[in-house]
Design a protein around this ligand. Structure first.
Ligand code: ADP
Ligand code: MG
Length: 326
């Protein structure tokens, strides 16, 4: 672009909350033929809500979880054990929420905030957290007042020698609804399943439609599981074949490179710290304005309004100014 075109394009973009950074960005935006969206925080709002808390594990020997009245204790000893279990640790749902919220209070992931807020709304206060360990793209591991807590994907529980099987069916159902489901274990015992939901941005649907109309191929990359990813892709109109799920943060850039391996010039649109290497690897990196500073620094374009439709606007502005001003 001539300096004049760059100036005009940059200024028109800025009026629309689209910040172009760097000299040849307008050309690269114009020449984009594939757009890769991150799911959480980009296609969705990234504001999660706890929707389900499903206790799964049976009570300790002889005890009966409060609320399961069809399993009346048959003798006095069992009745006593049941009462103690119910009194000391709350009912099975409370136990599940308390363990998860106590561990998650130390995490900054949107999932964590949803779990802590959701537990509080249900009257469960998190207890003391001693040590928190984030397991990238899989969940968390924590030492808490309640014991050792693991929250996350089935493979993380397996790594901790907790069999995830009793929770998998319920997890699958929740994931098919587009929710992100997690397993929770306390001291090696599976407590249950939690699910959080995130709203799809309305403009994600119109943005994908407009990109398709222009002949641009639209992809989605996410660390979330296949089922949740597909449910969200279906809602926004991204083809199942263009969805890459279960991508670990350190593999997001490789996923972009794989998409570009056929010569596609991909624009990666993301919001998180996780997304920064992928933004850098893409032909054009676009950061959602409400995202992290790390993503914004790695990007060539920032969308101040955090609106996926501004991806289309960025392409229109670049085409328009480059065509008119030579
Ligand atoms: P995304 O690409 O959607 O931003 P992440 O890589 O941050 O995803 O996380 C991928 C998956 O790892 C989540 O969908 C969840 O299953 C699990 N996970 C990550 N952080 C947490 C957490 N704090 N608690 C529970 N699960 C988590
Ligand atoms: Mg994200």
């Amino acid at each position: 672009a001539t300096p004049a075109a760059t100036m005009v394009g940059t200024s028109i973009g800025a009026q629309h909350g689209v910040l172009f950074e760097g000299g040849d960005v307008l050309e690269r935006v114009r020449d984009t033929d594939a757009v890769v969206f991150d799911k959480t925080g980009t296609l969705t709002r990234g504001e999660m809500t706890l929707t389900d808390a499903v206790p799964i594990s049976p009570a300790p020997d002889g005890a009966v979880p409060a609320g399961e009245d069809e399993l009346e204790p048959t003798d006095e000893a069992e009745r006593a054990a049941g009462a103690e279990y119910a009194e000391g640790l709350g009912d099975a749902t409370e136990r599940l929420l308390a363990a998860a919220a106590t561990a998650e209070r130390g995490s900054e992931h949107p999932i964590a905030e949803a779990v802590v807020a959701g537990a509080r709304e249900r009257g469960v206060e998190p207890a003391e957290l001693q040590v928190l360990q984030n397991v990238s793209g899989k969940g968390i591991r924590a030492r808490t007042e309640h014991g050792t807590v693991v929250v996350g994907k089935p493979e993380l529980l397996r790594e901790e020698e907790v069999a995830p099987e009793p929770g998998l069916e319920r997890m699958r159902e929740l994931e098919s609804e587009g929710k992100t489901a997690m397993l929770v274990a306390l001291d090696g015992e599976l407590l249950g399943v939690l699910a959080v939901a995130d709203e799809v941005r309305e403009s994600a649907v119109t943005a994908v439609e407009a990109l398709h109309e222009r002949g641009i191929v639209v992809h989605m990359i996410t660390g979330d599981n296949e089922r949740t990813a597909r449910a969200v892709a279906d809602r926004v109109g991204i083809e199942p074949g263009n969805v890459r799920a279960g991508v670990l943060p350190e593999d997001k850039a490789d996923a972009v490179e794989a998409i570009q391996s056929d010569g596609s010039r991909a624009m990666m649109v993301g919001d998180g710290i996780n997304d920064a290497p992928a933004l850098a690897a893409a032909f054009v990196g676009v950061a959602i304005g409400s995202g992290t500073d790390v993503a914004i620094e790695a990007a060539d374009v920032t969308l101040m309004r955090s609106d996926p439709e501004d991806v289309v606007k960025a392409i229109n502005v670049s085409e328009g100014t480059l065509a008119k001003i030579k």
